[in-house]
Design a protein. Structure first.
Length: 413
């Protein structure tokens, strides 16, 4: 059954392209349904207060659903209140994901709190530590360079589809330890629920892989989990939700943040000028990009006890939607926060979270961003001929945000 996931190098690339087509179709449908840029709405809410009584449907789409189908929720829009929620796992539980991600991928460490969550993080930290991630730096650099070169050889292409998405997907697949020649596009779209698996064939194939410890790269994320020998983690097929979560969170936000970073670097002339003068400022560029347009708008929590947040009484069991995109544009923390400004004072944002659920992949995200910036500026500054043009969408979307397209055209010789 595992053979279902095997392919030649060309087959793997085709599989990745098909996966992105599903992502793009989903994005186009969601953007059309949800309307335009939500930042003006978020700014208006911040002016009215830090926390608002709302509904999940209004938070996610901008409008309430039909009467009787709405889900009460609290909408947290200020930086201070958002930070308070995500740092306090005693009052605000990640079990809120039981009703969303949990229904798609099963119960994973995303939904866990306290010691159960720390057990998983302690094991996975070995594969996500800064030192470990730096060992993959050359592979990331090579992947970016080869894909940019392929775009140039074809005379242009969509940098989101042909660079950002495949680099993010293949990088997390490598860190997870998936064997070479695996249809990672199929696995990704299955993991996030974009690909139906009515007969359970993909699920069965993944279970077979998880039952074969030798199939996974030594020291990889799944290898670390398989060797943990901890009842709280389990082994074999019990790790299926963890693999789905790693593929989901290791691809979706990263490819979107890489796309936004390329958009900023290619449409704001001050960015390449600044980096060519002082390459050490690259972290300031991508961290500001994460703040300005985080790829993920919300995280969710469930209130475990009656409490007060920014003057609002929140009851036990109520849903709390923490708006990271709004918090990261709070003018009480950043001056002219709506602007992308790499020279602004460096203050931590919430793009990577904070507290117990700080993003495990933050070091990986930094390496991907660093290498992409470096290779992109090298290519556009020297390797590509003068006169290239870019057709670009700015970041769009309400839940996930990123440019829909970055179509680069090189002049005909």
């Amino acid at each position: 059954m595992a053979g279902l996931l095997d392919a030649s190098p060309e087959g793997v690339e085709q599989d990745i392209m098909q996966a992105y087509a599903l992502v793009r179709a989903y994005d186009d449908g969601a953007t059309l349904a949800q309307g335009g840029d939500p930042h003006a709405e978020f700014a208006a809410l911040r002016r009215q207060g830090a926390v608002h009584r709302s509904t999940l449907e209004r938070v996610l789409t901008g409008a309430d659903g039909a009467e009787g189908t709405t889900t009460p929720a609290w909408h947290v829009v200020s930086f201070t209140a958002a930070q308070q929620v995500v740092r306090d796992e005693d009052t605000y539980s990640s079990s809120a994901y039981d009703d969303s991600m949990g229904r798609v991928i099963g119960r994973s460490f995303l939904q866990m709190d306290h010691q159960e969550h720390r057990t998983w993080r302690n094991v996975l930290h070995g594969g996500f530590s800064r030192q470990t991630v730096l060992e993959h730096r050359q592979a990331v650099r090579s992947a970016v360079a080869s894909r940019l070169s392929a775009v140039a050889a074809r005379g242009g292409g969509d940098l989101v589809a042909e660079v950002a998405f495949p680099v993010a997907l293949t990088t997390i697949a490598r860190l997870a330890g998936l064997p070479r020649g695996t249809r990672v596009g199929t696995l990704y779209t299955w993991a996030v629920g974009l690909r139906e698996d009515p007969d359970g064939e993909v699920t069965s194939a993944v279970r077979e892989l998880l039952d074969a410890p030798s199939a996974w790269t030594p020291g990889s994320l799944i290898d670390l989990l398989l060797r943990a020998k901890d009842p709280a983690i389990g082994a074999g097929p019990h790790l299926l939700p963890a693999l789905r979560l790693l593929l989901s969170t290791g691809t979706e936000p990263p490819f979107r943040s890489l796309a936004t970073l390329m958009y900023a670097a290619l449409t704001d002339p001050s960015v390449p000028a600044l980096l060519r003068t002082d390459p050490s400022l690259a972290p300031a560029v991508f961290q500001e990009c994460w703040r300005w347009e985080p790829p993920l708008t919300w995280v969710f929590r469930r209130c475990t006890t009656e409490t007060e947040l920014a003057g609002q009484r929140i009851g036990r069991g109520e849903l709390v939607c923490v708006n990271l995109a709004s918090a990261n544009r709070d003018d009480t923390r950043w001056n002219r926060a709506h602007l992308f400004d790499v020279r602004r004072e460096s203050l931590p944002s919430l793009a990577m979270g904070t507290g117990p659920h700080t993003c495990l992949g933050r070091h990986l995200a930094a390496v991907e961003a660093q290498e992409l910036l470096s290779e992109l500026l090298d290519a556009t500054g020297s390797a590509w001929p003068a006169g290239w043009t870019l057709q670009a969408d700015g970041p769009v979307g309400r839940g996930f945000r990123s440019p829909g397209r970055l179509v680069l055209r090189l002049p005909t010789p």
